[in-house]
Every structure is written in C-alpha cells, then in structure tokens.
Design a protein. Structure first.
Length: 216
C-alpha cells in the first residue's frame, strides 16, 4: 500500500503561503502537517491560530495537527475550529493522556499520540487501542531540517508488533528528517504515513518530490 504523505507547513515560505498551499492542493499529498510550538515544551515557537485560520481556509487537504505544547487539551476547541482531521498530542506533555484522547474524540477529531525519540514504544501499550495513530518523532521536536535518528526504524517495527499483538487499528506516522532514502527505509519497516518538511519545500520541484514519496 502506498504511504500517506503529510507535507509539513513549517518548511513552507511564510512570505508567500498561498503559492505553497496551492502547490500542496495540486499535489498527491494526502494530509497537511501543521506544527504548533509553544517555546516551553520545545525550544521554539512556530505559529498560532490567527495564522492557521487562513491556512485552513486555503487548503483542500485534511489537517494533521501536531501540538508541541504543554497542556494541549486547553486548545481542543481551537484545533477543532480549524476543521482538523487528526490532533496529535505528545505523550510527554499529557499526564492524563487517556482523558485527553477521549476529549479529542468527543470533539469529533481523530486522536493521535506522539512520542519523542527517547520515549520507549512500550509506553503506548495502555493507550494503543484507543488511538487513531501513533506519531514517532525521528528528530527531537522543535525545528525542521534536522537529521533522521536511525533508531526510529527499530521503533517503527516495535510499534507494528504492538499494534498486531493488541489488535489495535492505529496507523504509524513518522516525523523528522524524512526524505526519499529514509522514507523508503521507514515504509519497509512498517510506517503508514510520512511527514516531510525540508525534503518537500527544499526541493527544486516540490510537487514531484511528493509524487516520488508517494511511490515509496
Ligand atoms: C519538528 C516538526 C516536524 C518538522 C519536520 O519538530 O515536528 O514536523 O517540520 O521537518 P523535516 O521534514 O524538515 O525534518
Ligand atoms: Zn511535526
């Protein structure tokens, strides 16, 4: 099965977002990945709802929203108001993860749980059957354009095993340093969805790069 491709808006040209969003609309991308950072959970700040309101209006792709913030549950209504399909929250940011997952579902979105590179896959055992997707970070979150952490390949295989063992239907998405080479390795290891920022927007032909990622 072809991988789901979710280009990351973080690497787009914010001086001319309309052009980049039109390119994504024309492309074979399945989702649009949106990185929200708060300067607390991660050492960077990206963009907030006043900007995203316009992004949501201009895109035709379902939104795959990745919250790198503390207390993400505070913003469930705002995320929902964008028309979000998938709301990703970090395991490390949610002491009451089960409750947050239920709240996301009750709000009418698909809940996804993200884990950082140093968080073991085993921590997902008691939530895996309740979620739509696992998002494995293959870089430490906060910045685009970082180098892929190879150990993620083992984590993809471990997550696949956990999903099969528990009868969960969760998808596996990977985020950080994904390009045509690491993307191929991830798909072979069992990833369903790939986020790509720099590989797409730093490419001389982003639309063609999305098509190539889709063929992996
Ligand atoms: C990193 C973000 C990623 C980032 C990926 O904190 O979560 O979504 O945009 O960018 P690349 O693909 O350039 O590593
Ligand atoms: Zn992300």
């Amino acid at each position: 099965m072809k991988p789901i491709i979710s280009p990351s808006l973080l690497s787009a040209n914010f001086g001319n977002l309309t052009d980049d969003l039109n390119m994504i609309n024309r492309s074979e991308a399945d989702w649009l990945h949106i990185d929200i950072m708060d300067g607390v959970f991660v050492p960077n700040i990206s963009f907030g709802f006043p900007v995203l309101k316009h992004v949501a209006r201009l895109t035709k792709k379902p939104l795959d929203v990745h919250l790198m913030i503390v207390q993400p549950e505070k913003f469930i209504p705002e995320v929902k108001a964008l028309g979000t399909h998938i709301m990703n929250v970090h395991y490390e940011a949610c002491p009451h993860l089960h409750r947050v997952v239920q709240q996301i579902r009750e709000a009418g979105m698909q809940p996804a749980v993200t884990i950082n590179p140093a968080t073991p896959v085993a921590m997902l055992k008691d939530i895996i059957k309740d979620i739509y997707m696992v998002l494995l970070m293959s870089v430490n979150p906060g910045f685009g354009g970082q180098k892929f952490i190879e150990h993620t390949l083992e984590k993809v295989a471990e997550t696949r095993e956990l999903i099969e063992r528990t009868g969960s239907k969760a998808l596996i998405e990977v985020d950080g340093g994904v390009n045509l080479t690491t993307g191929a390795q991830l798909v072979a290891a069992g990833a369903d969805a790939l986020v790509a920022g720099n590989a797409v927007f730093g490419s001389p032909n982003p639309e063609e790069t999305i098509r190539a990622l889709k063929q992996l």
